[in-house]
Design a binder for this molecule. Structure first.
Ligand SMILES: Nc1ncnc2c1ncn2[C@@H]1O[C@H](COP(=O)(O)OP(=O)(O)OP(=O)(O)O)[C@@H](O)[C@H]1O
Ligand SMILES: [Mg+2]
Length: 327
């Protein structure tokens, strides 16, 4: 299997401003830290974790919508970070984004046909090419031809997401970052949209990064899973291995039936605790304060991501200890 995307040691820090006039930088928030992964062509990497753990930032870095503080992204053999100008524009068309609430990006005065055609319009495609492609795309995403002349407010959330998917596919991308694409939808509609994405992937050989705060949502579509906690990957591996043998205590917590809060909402789930985005310790495991198995070393030394099995790794001192004991 050839890699389409290889991210190596990606990090992104955002400045924290404070002081009397809120102008002085008083620190940095390490939203993504030293994250590496590979996505094979035609496969789906699910990126899972609670609100604020850096999932969207990782997705944006991989598409180079934001610049990393450090690290590289190789896209189809090209160093994405080295691209400039027209070449960057061209490559970016091969990378598209589907997000949670597509209608927030929709101009309410534009018809479905115009919304779906907009990326082609910006890319300078002819009017007839745009028309043909819209006609082709609507049935592919489960919309009817007569929907073309309607406006986004006339649709349900699930249908609006279908419009968002059609728009993302307009320029025939290779790689699509699906950022919580079903989180705002009714549970009954979620499976339909996930199935649609899966069908489209098979039909067009698409490669996905599928971001979700819920491990259950990605089970059907993922090939590999990366579990993130406060900017770091804590478990990474082939889907069946992660689901059948969750190794990191945080993954096990996510696997428990406790429903996690939706993204963008304030999190208050007593059983799972709360992510401490402020005051992250520089040393030690970021999960230490919530971990039921915490040991003294966890507060002092950052656990490296180590392979526990072929195609399965975890960043946990407990794992290191048991591997050491077994060796
Ligand atoms: N442009 C920005 N400026 C400052 N801080 C930011 C910026 N974008 C993200 N952050 C911070 O980086 C951290 C990670 O944010 P990110 O949006 O990637 O999380 P997420 O996992 O996608 O969360 P959610 O599930 O709520 O969407 C958060 O603490 C967030 O507040
Ligand atoms: Mg997000």
């Amino acid at each position: 299997m050839t890699a389409l995307i290889t991210a190596t040691n990606l990090s992104k820090s955002f400045p924290i401003f404070g002081g009397r006039l809120i102008k002085k930088q008083i620190g940095a928030l390490h939203a993504v830290e030293d994250v590496s992964f590979t996505i094979a062509r035609g496969e789906t990497l699910a990126v899972v974790g609670e609100s604020g753990c850096g999932k969207s930032t990782t997705g944006r870095l991989v598409m180079r919508l934001i610049e990393p503080t450090a690290g590289q992204v190789d896209f189809d053999g090209v160093d994405l970070m080295s691209l400039r100008g027209e070449k960057l524009k061209q490559e970016r068309r091969r990378l598209q984004l589907i997000f949670q609430d597509p209608s927030s990006a929709f101009n309410p005065r534009m018809t479905v046909a115009n919304l779906v055609a907009e990326p082609m319009n910006i890319a300078g495609r002819s009017a007839s090419e745009q028309r043909d492609r819209v006609r082709e795309l609507l049935p592919l995403v489960g919309l009817a031809p007569e929907h073309a002349d309607r406006f986004p407010h006339q649709f349900s959330g699930g249908q609006r997401q279908r419009i968002g998917i059609a728009r993302a596919l307009a320029l025939r991308p290779d790689f699509v970052v699906c950022d919580e694409p079903v989180s705002a939808l009714d549970v009954s509609v979620q499976a339909q949209v996930v199935n649609l994405l899966k069908d489209l992937q098979q039909q067009f050989g698409l490669t996905y990064m599928f971001i979700s705060h819920d491990l259950r949502v990605v089970r059907h579509i993922a090939d590999r899973v990366a579990v993130m906690y406060l900017g770091k990957i804590v478990e990474y591996g082939e889907k069946h291995k992660v689901y059948s043998n969750p190794t990191h205590p945080y993954t096990r917590l996510l696997m428990s039936a406790v429903p996690l809060p939706e993204p963008g909402r304030k999190r208050h789930v007593a059983t799972v605790g709360e992510i401490e985005t402020q005051g992250i310790a520089n040393n030690g495991c970021r999960f230490a304060s919530r971990c039921p198995h915490v040991m003294p070393i966890c507060r002092d030394v950052v656990p490296p991501l180590v392979e526990t099995d072929i195609d399965h790794s975890a960043a946990c001192h407990l794992v290191n200890k048991s591997l050491g004991a077994a060796a």
